[in-house]
Design a protein around this ligand. Sequence first.
Ligand SMILES: *[C@@H]1O[C@H](CO)[C@@H](O)[C@H](O)[C@H]1NC(C)=O
Ligand SMILES: *[C@@H]1O[C@H](CO)[C@@H](O)[C@H](O)[C@H]1NC(C)=O
Ligand SMILES: *[C@@H]1O[C@H](CO)[C@@H](O)[C@H](O)[C@H]1NC(C)=O
Ligand SMILES: *[C@@H]1O[C@H](CO)[C@@H](O)[C@H](O)[C@H]1NC(C)=O
Ligand SMILES: *[C@@H]1O[C@H](CO)[C@@H](O)[C@H](O)[C@H]1NC(C)=O
Ligand SMILES: *[C@@H]1O[C@H](CO)[C@@H](O)[C@H](O)[C@H]1NC(C)=O
Ligand SMILES: *[C@@H]1O[C@H](CO)[C@@H](O)[C@H](O)[C@H]1NC(C)=O
Ligand SMILES: *[C@@H]1O[C@H](CO)[C@@H](O)[C@H](O)[C@H]1NC(C)=O
Ligand SMILES: *[C@@H]1O[C@H](CO)[C@@H](O)[C@H](O)[C@H]1NC(C)=O
Ligand SMILES: *[C@@H]1O[C@H](CO)[C@@H](O)[C@H](O)[C@H]1NC(C)=O
Length: 809
Amino acid sequence: MKQAGTPCIPGLITLLFLGPFCRSDDRLSPAKPLSAGDTIVSKGGDFALGFFSPDSSNASLYLGIWYHNMPGRTVVWTANRNDPIAAASSPTLAITNSSDLVLSDSQGRTPWAVKNNITGVGVAAVLLDTGNFVLLSPNGTSIWQSFDHPTDTILPGTRISLSEKAHAVRLLIAWKGPIDPSNGDFSVGLDPSSNLQLVIWNRTAPYIRLSMLSDASVSGGILYQNTIFYESIVGTRDGFYYEFSVSGGSQYARLMLDYMGVLRILSWNNHSSWTTAASRPASSCEPYASCGPFGYCDNIGAAATCRCLDGFEPAGLNISGGCRRTKTLKCGKRSHFVTLPKMKLPDKFLHVLNTSFDECTTECSNNCSCTAYAYTNLSSNGAMAFQSRCLLWTEDLVDTGKYGNYDENLYLRLANSPVRNNSKLVKIVLPTMACVLILTCLLVGIFKYRASKPKRTEIHNGGMLGYLSSSNEIGGEHVDFPFVSFRDIATATDNFSESKKIGSGGFGKVYKGILQGDTEVAIKRLSRGSGQGIEEFKNEIILIAKLQHRNLVRLLGCCISGDERLLIYEYLPNRSLDAFLCDDTRQSVLDWPTRFEIIKGVARGLLYLHQDSRLTIIHRDLKPSNILLDSEMAPKISDFGMARIFCGNKQEAKTTRVVGTYGYMSPEYVMGGAFSVKSDTYSFGVLLLEIISGLKITSPQLVENFVGLTTYAWRLWEDGKATDLVHSSFAESCSPHEVLRCIHVGLLCVQDRPDDRPLMSSVTFMLENENALLPAPKQPAYFALQNFEAEKSRENSVNTVSITTLEGR
Ligand SMILES: *[C@@H]1O[C@H](CO)[C@@H](O)[C@H](O)[C@H]1NC(C)=O
Ligand SMILES: *[C@@H]1O[C@H](CO)[C@@H](O)[C@H](O)[C@H]1NC(C)=O
Ligand SMILES: *[C@@H]1O[C@H](CO)[C@@H](O)[C@H](O)[C@H]1NC(C)=O
Ligand SMILES: *[C@@H]1O[C@H](CO)[C@@H](O)[C@H](O)[C@H]1NC(C)=O
Ligand SMILES: *[C@@H]1O[C@H](CO)[C@@H](O)[C@H](O)[C@H]1NC(C)=O
Ligand SMILES: *[C@@H]1O[C@H](CO)[C@@H](O)[C@H](O)[C@H]1NC(C)=O
Ligand SMILES: *[C@@H]1O[C@H](CO)[C@@H](O)[C@H](O)[C@H]1NC(C)=O
Ligand SMILES: *[C@@H]1O[C@H](CO)[C@@H](O)[C@H](O)[C@H]1NC(C)=O
Ligand SMILES: *[C@@H]1O[C@H](CO)[C@@H](O)[C@H](O)[C@H]1NC(C)=O
Ligand SMILES: *[C@@H]1O[C@H](CO)[C@@H](O)[C@H](O)[C@H]1NC(C)=O
């Protein structure tokens, strides 16, 4: 059994419920101002708010928030950063009679205040365990919160607007120096001239162009030391928001812009220090325009380096002076466009709204001064007032880069080579040629990229650290967990062609694909109507990324792109168990020792899910099509999409939405929606009986005789003819002793009452120990029979029961 207090995943669910507080030291009330030396400590003891002096030789005081349980003082928020108070003038933070939150000193100065128009008693300011300092109205709603006004740090759970009334805001402003909290030179915010790109600024000059807003909602994750850091830019009708969240092992995490202009995601690694999970600049040539005009910073490969764009050569002796055309472009003379994939697009673009790709191309090719263009389709959920983003460049191309994880094409204008220039056919052939050329470049580009791409990538488009090159090792040990771009997956599966489809179910289709040149993978494309939202999807990622067991399918990567959710699994050549159980010729491939190993392997995988992993996971949809077989016919459990996370000893729950596959679901789950580890035990029992009998629980011959598989097996058992259950194909290879023990265990698993069914720990013990004493099984309920008749009528109430369609073969 699980002990109480087993950790669940923190950060996944942020409780914003501010119930009645029993202790008052996490809050400021009108009656209880805060003065120098006092602190307010959040309920769980994670954060403290008080006055601090960063410079020990200077007695100026700042009001701030820092981590409470940590050596040293890591300040995450400062109220009066530009207006400190001398310690001698005894500062106080108080809620005034007019419900304002005011920082004042004995000389009557108020360096900082939050004004509001709420009258009456009951206003309080509370420091939450998230590090958010919230001013609450008498009815408990938030009037003001420090998360909306970050200084140089963003904490998990923060959601901040990138602009206000169409004006770009500075999200973060760095400290001036290591011990000077006042506004420094560096800041992060949208580029106000376009409102399209996030930039780290050095005063008013761009220092690092972080990312370009493109789609209505992009997100990416970085897995580092068992923790996933999510960054999302979410488009809404009101504009774009930046969100930062964390799930998994790290106790504390923050995103911070330091006084030298480095933007970092930091993780508290439990060894009394902060380590960097990701950072920008990610390479030495990343700072703005480092590679000069028409040069680009190539981040693919071991060491980032400046290179000239295709068709260009270094302008001076070395590349730092930029590049010039190898063949001059003359207005009126013919030219063509080459496609450069995986580009961080150059700066200083012209944004043309609402065009098609063709119009964008024409727009650029018809204007002599246009040197390059780029085009992106945007999803039309109202986040932007335009459906597409056509960018044109008419000046030098500066601050271009190439990154494995970034997915935009730059179409660059070059003069035609002499060979094609003189041809009379050019007029007709050129457009075709250009198409072919673009395609070829694209393919060659992709191919080259594949070939040179290191095995590990971390992030796809998204967030502020989203351009990180895959060779970035700043964070030390990284875990292999790629976020693959949708385009790569579409290419790998021939645009999800039917010929690549290897399976389908209620939750989506599975395709076979080849990624990174040679790795065969299975790609699960979740159906849009599956109801698997971003949270469930993240759950599945987190769960599977954490779980490693030889009887579980390994998750290799994932992709979130707009509405699309895809999971990339290891590809198992022998497909699923049901392909064998449903095919008479393939039945014979599975002799008894193989079947016995499959049964024991599934039991061990399930035991791991239930008990041995840090979390209690109930699979809820165990069935032959979810048992994949590797080349040695070792079983691997797949499809954790419906698994639920349980905290501590809470092993039973009720759900109003029954998800699973008819026949494998336990009676109490189908009837009442109650599920527990014992529901999986039931499914395992059915699976075990299927493996031995070679019959499906839904086999037509069983239905015709009005006998469910479980009942059929039990009757044979009662009549002392249990070995008749054994499928003829392996009857010879079987050991009657082992088979009987298996059937016995199977019957124990399908017993009607959950309490009668054994835990998986007992199941594995009984399967692996010949001498274990087994209790007598009770008769299983006539459940299978009843529900077969009920199935049709049940289809009318799909809102409560969703039955996974049986997998096509
Ligand atoms: C202490 O710091 C404040 C704010 O930076 C500054 O105005 C003041 O001159 C400093 N005092 C000393 C003695 O350095
Ligand atoms: C605030 O109210 C209290 C009692 O209601 C009163 O004693 C105090 O003088 C008031 N303070 C101000 C600044 O009005
Ligand atoms: C508070 O009320 C005053 C007028 O009574 C108004 O000018 C001000 O904008 C209000 N402030 C807020 C935050 O609503
Ligand atoms: C709570 O109070 C605030 C201001 O006092 C008001 O705007 C809001 O509507 C109230 N909310 C509820 C749920 O009563
Ligand atoms: C920031 O800009 C200043 C000039 O305003 C320059 O001297 C400094 O080197 C820049 N810092 C970085 C890190 O580029
Ligand atoms: C962190 O350290 C504590 C005590 O040293 C230990 O109990 C805990 O398991 C550690 N957690 C991680 C994630 O390493
Ligand atoms: C590159 O050229 C510039 C001047 O154009 C010079 O200052 C710099 O030292 C050169 N770098 C190398 C590596 O040669
Ligand atoms: C070409 O583009 C430039 C810059 O946008 C613009 O000023 C110029 O009018 C355009 N020329 C034509 C012929 O459209
Ligand atoms: C953009 O979207 C439109 C409609 O959704 C589609 O017809 C067009 O082919 C797309 N263009 C590109 C370049 O993806
Ligand atoms: C772009 O097109 C959409 C509909 O196609 C329209 O609603 C929107 O106003 C257009 N935006 C601009 C800037 O023309």
